[in-house]
Design a protein around this ligand. Structure first.
Ligand code: RM4
Ligand code: MN
Ligand code: MN
Length: 432
């Protein structure tokens, strides 16, 4: 099979040739349609082109469930190779200039070399993720019964020290945020004192907070259940918000879309966190039942649109302290991770574009007049408009591909990786 580097600008330009005429025609037609709604398509395209989402380093390997993992060919064997794959996603989509690392999965003894390798690939680093939900070989104390909230102060101190190590590594890499997600909780009523566990959490995170450099933020990520099946210490946005408000102005709440009970109104949570000036960012993914970590927009695209609708409202209102980090957090168990991550980044841009084209002046009038049906229809019109030509145009404006998946497949990149990266069976970070 022939091979072309999908990161090469000439390759992408030649791949685009076949689609250029249809793209121009579709973009022009959509432009006319939007002009009738007083929406300037080029302005929307510019805003979509400015949208960024970080790739999770753990997402470029094949994920798995607790039942098994079925590795794909040519998986990255270390953080350097993960960055190579992230660069493919960034070049073809133009939407993913940063990578979010997970320590110790991406631990390195030379973070300067890692930063330079990333810079050479045109990549930077988003939030650092600590990991105190697993034990590592040689680790003195176990996290089996908790980490930052453990009953034993020595275990808490070990977990705090790990988080501070993540901050130090991130400072070298140019990251400016630490995401703290802990699996701590209880599997049985009675196992844990619910109030005291939260207090221990606040005490431990306060020590980590003190180690944050001046321009850093701490993201507190809530999750309803798993691995703790009865009670999780930071189980919901209420606990997360209380923790952020207790810790101080650098602490914010991170919303992972998969970490809520089915049918929870996530856009409401987003609106409330914006109001509280504590929305730190997102882990985007999609789900049907639980923390499924499926591709963003693949199951409930309307929900994703409604989340982005709140984000656009906040942008327009110039909401104070509003600067959410966008990150993907997905597990690609049965697809090529590069393809899933490209498609997911594009689905986020789609939801953003759909929210941007909503006729907001009209919507405000209908709301004020209590015209319920027209309010709903006006909002939904953004969602039902096919904005694909805008997304393609935004990619082209950044040197990306009109059809990223086709360009990626045609390049033969995966087959090339299968040859150059033999024998890797386990990445350590399969179950996310
Ligand atoms: C958790 C959570 C965290 C992620 C781990 C791997 O469910 O979403 O953000 O770092 O999985
Ligand atoms: Mn997450
Ligand atoms: Mn998760």
């Amino acid at each position: 099979m022939s091979y072309a580097d999908p990161r090469d600008a000439n390759y992408i330009a030649s791949a685009n040739k076949a689609h250029a005429a249809t793209q121009a025609a579709d973009y022009a037609a959509l432009g006319l349609q939007l002009a009738r709604r007083q929406v300037d398509i080029d302005q929307i395209t510019r805003r979509v082109a400015a949208f960024k989402v970080a790739i999770p380093s753990w997402g470029v390997g094949t994920g798995g469930t607790r039942f098994g993992r079925f590795p794909g060919p040519g998986e990255p064997r270390n953080v350097f190779e993960k960055l190579e794959d992230c660069a493919v996603i960034q070049r073809l989509t133009g939407a993913t200039p940063t990578v979010s690392l997970h320590i110790p999965w991406d631990k390195s003894d030379d973070y300067i070399a890692l930063r330079e390798h990333a810079a050479g690939l045109g990549l930077g680093f988003d939030a650092m993720n600590s990991n105190t939900f697993q034990d590592q070989p040689g680790q003195p104390l176990s996290y089996k019964y908790g980490s930052l909230t453990h009953t034993d102060a020595a275990v808490r101190a070990q977990a705090v020290a790990h988080n501070i190590e993540c901050i130090k590594a991130g400072a070298i890499l140019g990251s400016r945020a630490l995401t703290v997600w802990i699996g701590d909780g209880a599997n049985f009523p009675g196992q844990s004192h619910l109030g005291k566990a939260f207090e221990r959490c606040l005490e431990s995170t306060a020590t980590i907070y003190k180690a944050l450099p001046a321009d850093w933020r701490m993201f507190i990520e809530h999750k309803m259940y798993e691995p703790a099946f009865y009670a999780t210490v930071i189980q919901d946005w209420g606990s997360s918000l209380m923790a952020a408000q207790t810790l101080g102005p650098k602490a914010f709440c991170l919303v992972d879309l998969g970490h809520h009970a089915p049918n929870v109104n996530i856009e409401m949570i987003v609106a409330r966190l914006i109001h509280a000036q504590r929305l730190g960012g997102f882990h985007f993914n999609d789900s049907k039942y639980g923390d499924d970590d499926l591709d963003a927009g693949s199951i409930e695209p309307f929900r994703l649109f409604l989340v982005f609708n709140e984000l656009v409202e906040a942008e327009l209102a110039k909401a104070p302290n509003y600067n959410p980090a966008h990150m993907l957090d997905q597990s690609h168990n049965v697809t090529d991770p590069i393809e899933s991550l490209m498609a997911s980044a594009i689905e986020l841009q789609r939801a953003y574009a759909q929210a941007l084209i909503v006729e907001r002046a009209k919507l405000a009038e209908y709301r004020a007049a209590n015209d319920v049906l027209m309010s709903a229809q006006t909002l939904k019109r953004g969602f039902t408009t096919d904005v694909s030509p805008i997304l393609a145009q935004a990619r082209v404006s950044k040197g990306g591909a009109i059809d990223p998946v086709a360009a990626y497949r045609d390049s033969g990149y995966r087959a090339r990786c299968a040859q150059s990266r033999p024998g890797k069976q386990n990445l350590g970070g399969g179950i996310v």
